[in-house]
Write a protein that binds this ligand. Structure first.
Ligand code: NAI
Length: 281
């Protein structure tokens, strides 16, 4: 089934969590969804949920640029060379002190969370350029407000995504492609259960439901459903000019406090660490 005249979104990490919620949100508004993930069973569930007339699943490992090029060539055939929204969202995490996480694991995080995004933008840019009012949108994180202890490399990838967004928002204005990102707090998805916790080089456990179950009732790290992120992507496409979308809004206060006094924030976090803060706090 081709996309016809409908608007088209290509979403990575679409099999689960934020990606899936965004695919469902846009499909409900009449969009056609190119859904990419390495989790093919999850993609099939998504297609069954929103209907095959509105969704084509593409098994894709975002770290593989050759695979990206092949998928985008097929997408272009389906869409007549158009793409209204590229949502680079696939991501992975791992928690623990920097030196406790094996370097292979850290490099994998960089590969998915940063190289995967860069691959996607290189591959899909010609389609975005060919489409009026197109949007290049990426999932960063609240871990890109202040470097998150116990998540140092993950946090670094999300800062990189945020910087990439700012630079490309300027550069791609030449081509009438809008660029923005989202910095979510704690979103109720599978990522925590899939993220290992490392202690002294050993994979101890995973973050499981601990983060989700212990989320505070209020503030920037209260538990938020993935549909709230989907709503932010939707509002951005509709023309809200914000470049960084904080979900919930309170996450922005961390960014501002860090900018105003980074040493005070550092010292507060050192105090928390000395008081015994762990990756699961
Ligand atoms: P999720 O685990 O539900 O979804 C992530 C999806 O990415 C999964 O379907 C997974 O199969 C896919 N994926 C992972 N590696 C891939 C690869 N190499 N190629 C293709 N697909 C791959 O988690 P969630 O929370 O929906 O994550 C989406 C994004 O949101 C990630 O970038 C994550 O870092 C970010 N994020 C999540 C937060 C949260 O609290 N859940 C907070 C801030 C950011």
């Amino acid at each position: 089934m081709t996309s016809g005249e409908r608007r088209i979104a290509f979403i990575t990490g679409a099999a689960s969590g934020i990606g899936r919620a965004t695919a469902e949100h846009f499909a409900a508004q009449g969009w056609w969804i190119g859904a990419a993930d390495r989790n093919t069973a999850g993609l099939e569930e998504l297609r069954d949920a929103i209907g095959k007339e509105s969704c084509r699943p593409w098994p894709l490992d975002v770290t593989d640029k050759t695979a990206w090029d092949a998928v985008v060539a097929e997408l272009s055939e389906e869409s007549g060379g158009r793409l209204d929204l590229l949502f680079n969202n696939a991501g992975i995490g791992a928690a623990g002190f920097f030196e406790d996480i094996p370097i292979e694991e850290s490099l994998k995080i960089i590969d998915v969370n940063l190289i995967g995004v860069i691959n996607g933008i290189y591959a899909a840019l010609p389609l975005l350029e060919a489409t009026p009012n197109s949007l290049c949108f990426t999932t960063s994180s609240s871990a890109a407000t202040y470097g998150a202890p116990h998540l140092a490399v993950y946090s670094a990838t999300k800062f990189a995504v945020k910087g990439l967004t700012e630079a490309l928002a300027v550069e791609l204005s030449r081509k009438d492609v809008r660029v923005a990102d989202v910095l979510p707090g704690v979103i109720d998805t599978a990522i925590f259960g899939d993220s290992p916790v490392w202690v002294e080089g050993r994979r101890e456990t995973d973050m499981g439901r601990t983060v989700v179950d212990n989320a505070p009732a209020e503030g920037p790290f209260r538990l938020i459903p993935p549909s709230a992120v989907a709503e932010a992507v939707w509002r951005c496409y509709q023309g809200d000019p914000r470049m960084h979308w904080y979900v919930p809004d309170e996450v922005e206060a961390i960014d501002k406090a860090k900018a105003a006094d980074p040493e005070a924030m550092r010292d507060g976090r050192i105090a928390a660490l000395k008081a015994g803060a762990t990756p699961l706090d």
